[in-house]
Every structure is written in structure tokens, then in C-alpha cells.
Design a binder for this molecule. Structure first.
Ligand code: FES
Length: 579
């Protein structure tokens, strides 16, 4: 435990607002009473903000209004004063052009919600993809006691006797529909059955990945991340989190005590073992920068060395998150990985990760594999470098056809997403199974917001030949539920003059995953000519307001795509003046 004096009622942060005998504090107290509270309810007790990322267009958080009440119950039982703080809800499905554009927006909102108000500790309610990193980034910068409550995955999907997984099976059956194998009736039935309850995508997509990594890093209660959203255990986990945050306030246990270098390394190892989403790299890089932890792309390759894939979950494996929960959940998986993990890392319980996973058992050994019988010997994500990606790129080899992991072929270039949509399925597209599809201008600045366009569709012409995977390269991201030989996050991106923007049809590209290389096989003098002639293309999305701020300030994928002005040590911003 960090050595910091326990808080007393007088030293609570909220007492700066409610404690003094002055005119300002009279205003704060009288207005709290306006809401019907007694003075002793909100003074001298930890005021707990419940940051709730709910709205009616976030389909994954529909149970949050009920969970707020569960959390509130826990806070009250433990002697705290709960206040709900609604925040921007980043629903992955409905928010366009991409929820990633708004991750930093929610991170800033979270930080300021906390910093500017009389809050002693926070419960962070998130789950749908970007909400988790955003909440944790904001909480890290504010650096007051915080606990994360994951939304939990939805139940398995069903179509006739087939189990359906979010995203992963959509892509699969969409290819069947595009190639004419699936009719309107079947497609409608799949639409009916693929999302059956509240909760996040239930494959190991970005949501399940980030919820798992939050638990692995110790910022949520042990065992929290895999509980299905509609399971009664989820309500109990929520109330227990509400109880625990009150204790964390008295102990002054802060995000920086928990989200240390050891915690990030644990997250990387767990990410490999669960076959986590490629998006995790960007989010962990951004969070680490907020935490002041020196994490780079190379850290991923170093720490991930030799960590096998243990979770047999789609898209890299067979099962779904509901199965993972019944099999023992993340505690059981981490117990398998225990020899590799930093077991002395601290968690929100105030105890160590080692204590948190003690006694965890695997109940379904095909779902959670032991180290000596992994799903695949190497884990989820590989970091590539080379002349096409001087500052790095990533690929998820476990989700690609093995024959493509070492591949050389001619480029078929799409200058942006509109060009791709217009041409990819045309019969006259000059493409073969050996081609390398390249999508330009889909990065943080180019798109803007680096959408999940990186799983470029396999051209219809090839689908009809029975080809289901092909090498694809972009500066975009890919949904964690996707699969295929997709090289992503190429940095620097095309729209700021990266080599990706210089590729032309027919250029040969070489991908060599075992040697971690991605190279554009074009002579240097020719590349220099193209670079001199390069001009930034017109960028979509407008040039005012938040988009303009975003374009001016966003960093590249290898730096986490945070805003450059949000770098800095946690808790660096001064407390607000109260005059
Ligand atoms: Fe919310 Fe996938 S759409 S987690």
C-alpha cells in the first residue's frame, strides 16, 4: 500500500466546498439542501461521483440506469454520499464517423467532471469500446480514488442451432450474403438473434478486451470483467464496487497507485493470452502516457514474448464471453498466467493481484487453456516496422490465415474510404489472391478519428473464387471482433505525408510477420520523387469546432492518439480556486 495518511472527515476534498464557515460554502450547503439532503448526509462523508456513460443510443449500456441504483446502494451502505454524473456516452454502433473521434472528448469530460466538483472518489461506468480507456484516461489525469465498473458482455447470440458472436459472425455471414449464399429471410433471422440482451459485444472485441485489461490492471474488482451484463452477479458486483470506493477514499488509494508500470505489463501479457483487440495497443499507450509510465510499441513485443493464447474465444478461438465466465473468467485465466505476471501489483481491493486470483479454478479447460496446451503458441498482436511503417504498425496474426503471414504482392490502392466503397466489388478491379489491398487516408487526421475501416472487404471477385483472406494494409483501426490478414495503425499516417500515402497500384509490398517487417519495395529515388510531389488531400469532416481541435492536436497511433496538450503527470492540474 502507498504510504499516505488516511483521510479524516475534515481532510476530505469535498470539505473544501462544504466545510468552511464562509459565504461560498453557505451557497454550496444551502443548494445541497435544496435537493432535500441533510447537512450530515453530505459533509464529512466521502462524496462519490458515479460517472455514468448512458444514453438511449448506446445499445450496450441499457442496464446502466438500474446499475446506478446498485452502486448507489453500495455507497450509502458504506457511509458515502453518491451523486450521479452523466457523461458523454460513446455507443460504438451509432456514433459516426467513429466513437474513437470522441474518446479524448470523454476523457477530458471525465477529468473535468471530477476536478471541478466536490468529489472525493469516483465509480466509472463504462464498457462499450472507447468508454473504458476514456474513463480511465480522465481518472488518471484527475488522480483521485477511482474504481471501474464494467458493463459486462451480452448473452450469446443465436440463429437456429447456431451460436452467433457479435461482429465476428456478422463479417462471416455478410461475406456469405455478398457472395449470394444467404437470402433475405436468413439474414433477417440473424439480425433478430445476434444481440439478445443488454451488455457489450460478447466476442473478445475491444469492449471485452478493455474490460478484461482494466481488471488485469487492478482498477476493477477481481472477477468483475466477464460477468454477463444481465446476470444477478453483475448487480452484486456493482453494489460491492460502490461499497469499496468509500473505503478507497479513506485509504486515499489513487489510480496512480494501481496503474503502475507493473500493471501495464500485466495488461499486455493478459492481452496476448486473451487474444485481445488490436485497439488495446492504442488505448494502453494513451493511458500509460496519462499515468507517466514509459510504454512504447516495443514494450508490447518485449513483454508479450512467449505469452501464448489461452482464451479460446472468437475471433481468435471458438467460444464467447458467456462461456468464458462459466469457465472461471479472467481470474482463472490469470491464475494460468501467474508465473509470468507481476503478482505484487496493487488492486482496488487494497491487496495484491496475487491475492485477487488466489484459488481461482478453471471449470472448462477447452475454454481457458493451461500454458502447456494453449489455443495457439503465440499470443494476439505483433508490432511491425519497415519502410512502409517507419513508426510502426500492428497485425493480429492469430486472426489471419497463416499462409499470409509472410507474403509479397502488388498493391491495389484505394485513396480513401469512398474510393474503396466505389470500386472494391467491381468486376474490372485488377486484383488477385496475391494482391495487397491498401487503404489510404483513414488515420487519426485523415478520416478523421481513425475509424474501424481496417478490415477492408475481400473483393467480391475473389469471394466468388472461394478466397476469404487477403493481405490488407491501412492507417485505420479494425474492430476487435474482426479477423483477417489486416495490417493496421500504420504510422505516420497517409494524410500527414507518411509512406502509406505514396503507394501506387502495382508497387510491391512485403509483409514478414515472423521478422516483424512491413516494406514498400520501391527504390529510394522514386520514393523521394513521389514525396516531393505529395500534397495533403482534401480532408473530410469539416474544419471547425471539435473536429478542428482534434485534427490540430491528435497524436499518431504509436503515441496513443491522445491530444498532445493532455500529456503530463497525473494530478498535475491545480485544484480549482474556490472564492
Ligand atoms: Fe458496444 Fe460492441 S457495440 S461493445
Amino acid at each position: 500500500m502507498p504510504v499516505r495518511p488516511r483521510r479524516t472527515p475534515e481532510t476530505l476534498r469535498s470539505m473544501r466546498w462544504f466545510g468552511p464557515d464562509d459565504l461560498r460554502s453557505f451557497g454550496h450547503r444551502s443548494r445541497a439542501k435544496q435537493m432535500g439532503f441533510w447537512r450530515e448526509e453530505f459533509t464529512g462523508r466521502p462524496v462519490i461521483g458515479i460517472v455514468n456513460t448512458w444514453n438511449e443510443l448506446n445499445t450496450c449500456h441499457t442496464h446502466f440506469p438500474e446499475r446506478v441504483e446498485d452502486i448507489r446502494r453500495g455507497v450509502l451502505e458504506a457511509g458515502g454520499f453518491p451523486v450521479e454524473l452523466p457523461a458523454f456516452s460513446l455507443g460504438e454502433q451509432m456514433l459516426k464517423p467513429t466513437a474513437m473521434l470522441y474518446r479524448n472528448f470523454l476523457a477530458m469530460e471525465t477529468e473535468e467532471l471530477i476536478r471541478a466538483q466536490p468529489i472525493d472518489g469516483v465509480v466509472l461506468m463504462g464498457g462499450c469500446d472507447k468508454t473504458t480507456p476514456a474513463l480511465l484516461m480522465g481518472a488518471l489525469s484527475a488522480n483521485i480514488p477511482a474504481i471501474y465498473v464494467p458493463a459486462g458482455p451480452m448473452l450469446r447470440g443465436h440463429w437456429h442451432d447456431v451460436t452467433l458472436g457479435s461482429g465476428t459472425d456478422v463479417w462471416k455471414y455478410w461475406d456469405d450474403r455478398r457472395s449470394g449464399k444467404l437470402g433475405d429471410k436468413e439474414w433477417g433471422e440473424i439480425e433478430d438473434g445476434i444481440a439478445r440482451s443488454a451488455g457489450t459485444c460478447m466476442t473478445m472485441g475491444t469492449a471485452a478486451t478493455m474490460m478484461s485489461l482494466a481488471e488485469a490492471m487492478g482498477i476493477s474488482l477481481p472477477g468483475a470483467s466477464a460477468i454477463p451484463a444481465v446476470d444477478s452477479s453483475h448487480k452484486r458486483m456493482a453494489s460491492a464496487s460502490g461499497r469499496r470506493i468509500v473505503g478507497m477514499v479513506w485509504e486515499d488509494l489513487r489510480p496512480t497507485d494501481i496503474l503502475t508500470e507493473a500493471a501495464f505489463e500485466n495488461a499486455i501479457m493478459v492481452d496476448m493470452a486473451i487474444g485481445g483487440s488490436t485497439n488495446a495497443i492504442i488505448h494502453l499507450l494513451a493511458m500509460a502516457r496519462r499515468a507517466g509510465v514509459p510504454l512504447t510499441m516495443e514494450t508490447f513485443d518485449r513483454v508479450a514474448q512467449g505469452v501464448p493464447l489461452l482464451a479460446n474465444i472468437r475471433p481468435s478461438g471458438k467460444y464467447l464471453m458467456e462461456d468464458f465466465y462459466y469457465a472461471g473468467g479472467l481470474r482463472a485465466l490469470m491464475a494460468q498466467l501467474a508465473p509470468r505476471l507481476h503478482l505484487d501489483a496493487l488492486t482496488v481491493t487494497g491487496g495484491t493481484l496475487g491475492a485477487a486470483i488466489e484459488g481461482a479454478a478453471v471449470y472448462a479447460p477447452d475454454v481457458i487453456r493451461p500454458l502447456d496446451n494453449p489455443v495457439k503458441p503465440a499470443g494476439g498482436t505483433a508490432v511491425l516496422r519497415g519502410s512502409l511503417a517507419p513508426n510502426g504498425a500492428v497485425i493480429k496474426p492469430t486472426a489471419a490465415e497463416e499462409r499470409l503471414l509472410v507474403h509479397e504482392g502488388p498493391a491495389v490502392v484505394f485513396r480513401d474510404i469512398r474510393d474503396l466503397k466505389a470500386r472494391v466489388d467491381r468486376d474490372d478491379l485488377d486484383v488477385t489472391a496475391d494482391s495487397v489491398l491498401v487503404l489510404q487516408n483513414a488515420g487519426p487526421v485523415g478520416a478523421p478519428g481513425m475509424p474501424e475501416w481496417g478490415q477492408l472487404p475481400v473483393p467480391k471477385k475473389l469471394l466468388r473464387q472461394g478466397i476469404r483472406d487477403i493481405v490488407r494494409i491501412s492507417d485505420a483501426r479494425m474492430s476487435g471482433t474482426s479477423y483477417g490478414a489486416c495490417v493496421l495503425h500504420v504510422a505516420p499516417e497517409a494524410a500527414i505525408g507518411g509512406p502509406l500515402g505514396l503507394v501506387r497500384d502495382g508497387d510491391r509490398i512485403r509483409l514478414d510477420v515472423p521478422n516483424r517487417r512491413l516494406d514498400l519495395l520501391v527504390p529510394d529515388d522514386e520514393l523521394a520523387r513521389r514525396r516531393a510531389a505529395w500534397r495533403q488531400p482534401p480532408l473530410p469532416g469539416g474544419d471547425r469546432g471539435y473536429v478542428a481541435l482534434y485534427r490540430r492536436s491528435v497524436t499518431q497511433a504509436d503515441q496513443g492518439c491522445d491530444f498532445d496538450f493532455l500529456d503530463g503527470q497525473p494530478g498535475q492540474m491545480p485544484e480549482p480556486d474556490i472564492f
